[in-house]
Design a protein around this ligand. Structure first.
Ligand SMILES: Cc1ncc(C[n+]2csc(CCOP(=O)(O)OP(=O)(O)O)c2C)c(N)n1
Ligand code: SF4
Ligand SMILES: [Mg+2]
Length: 272
């Protein structure tokens, strides 16, 4: 990891994350994926919105943009359209991606634009003190739901797939190696790819829901996930309440910047 730190991280310590936060594990998984694929650092752009998770690109030695809350995808779309040969990654939180940025998320998925979105899902608005997000589980506690959240949560993977994403995967900070492999697969995929990274927020979500120390949050991830390959062998009772991990969906479909390029070419040639 030392070599990776030297190559891919900016010397920008201390970072803002609390002790035991899972964000470092997800960020390291992204760096490992980039290194595995041998991406050109000068042709890789990482964009984020606002939140604890969205601070990650600031620590990374690439062209990075820390934008406005929920707006990472419009910025990333503009970059990808102007430089289609670049790899563009988006780092976002559950609130950033599915609350204030929810509309951008579904429309970027619908376009199948070649962006890789890594959603750091800690089930809460970590940065602003623990308000519930659209990914806070039903009846979990948050500062805005001290008696339990009566909203039902989105299933992010189903939302992405339903909106048109062509690569959807999920893993956790407990499964850090699998997470890095899935991010690499998502980046290699041509089209809108989404990786849901389940990560622990011990300080806000964990405390409010009495989940224990950071290690207990990792143990929760270990005990409440099922690899997609095992699903067919399990009964509905065994699957109840479990999160499925792995590549959940993949499809080949026309990619937006390629289609856009064709239209531009046709217009330049004067055809209709
Ligand atoms: C327009 C706007 N509204 C609200 C905020 C306040 N705000 C900053 S981060 C955040 C929530 C972040 O939650 P999430 O995306 O889940 O990231 P996390 O901090 O949990 O990683 C909010 C509401 C803001 N910065 N800008
Ligand atoms: S508030 Fe939660 S998500 Fe934010 S840095 Fe602290 S532990 Fe991490
Ligand atoms: Mg969050």
């Amino acid at each position: 990891m030392e070599k990776l730190i030297e190559k891919y991280f900016r010397p920008k310590l201390p970072h803002i994350w609390c002790p035991g936060c899972g964000n470092g594990i997800v960020t390291a998984a992204i760096v490992r994926a980039i290194d595995k694929l041998g991406l050109d650092q000068d042709k890789t752009t990482i964009v984020s919105g606002i939140g604890c998770s969205s601070r990650a690109p600031g620590y990374l030695n690439f062209d990075t943009l820390h934008t406005a809350h929920g707006r990472a995808l419009p910025f990333a779309t503009g970059i990808k359209l102007s430089k289609p040969e670049h790899k563009v990654l988006v780092i976002t939180g559950d609130g950033d991606a599915t609350a204030i940025g929810g509309n951008h998320f579904i429309h970027a998925a619908r376009r199948n634009i070649d962006l890789t979105v890594i959603v750091f899902n800690n089930n809460i608005y970590g940065m602003t003190g623990g308000q519930y997000s659209p990914l806070t589980p039903h009846m979990a506690k948050a500062t805005t739901a001290p008696y339990g959240n009566i909203d039902r949560a989105f299933d992010l993977a189903e939302l992405a797939k339903g909106a048109g994403a062509t690569f959807v995967a999920r893993s956790t900070t407990y499964h850090a190696k699998q997470l890095a492999d899935l991010v690499a697969k998502a980046i290699a995929h041509s089209g809108f790819s989404v990786v849901e990274a389940i990560t622990g927020c011990p300080i806000s979500y964990g405390r409010q829901n009495k989940l224990g120390k950071p290690a207990a949050l990792l143990a929760w991830q270990r005990d409440n996930t099922v690899p997609v390959e095992a699903v067919a062998k399990l009964t509905p009772e065994q699957l109840a309440g479990k999160l499925v991990t792995g590549v959940l969906y993949q499809q080949v479909a026309p990619e937006y910047t390629v289609e856009y390029g064709k239209v531009i070419k046709q217009a330049m040639e004067g055809g209709r």
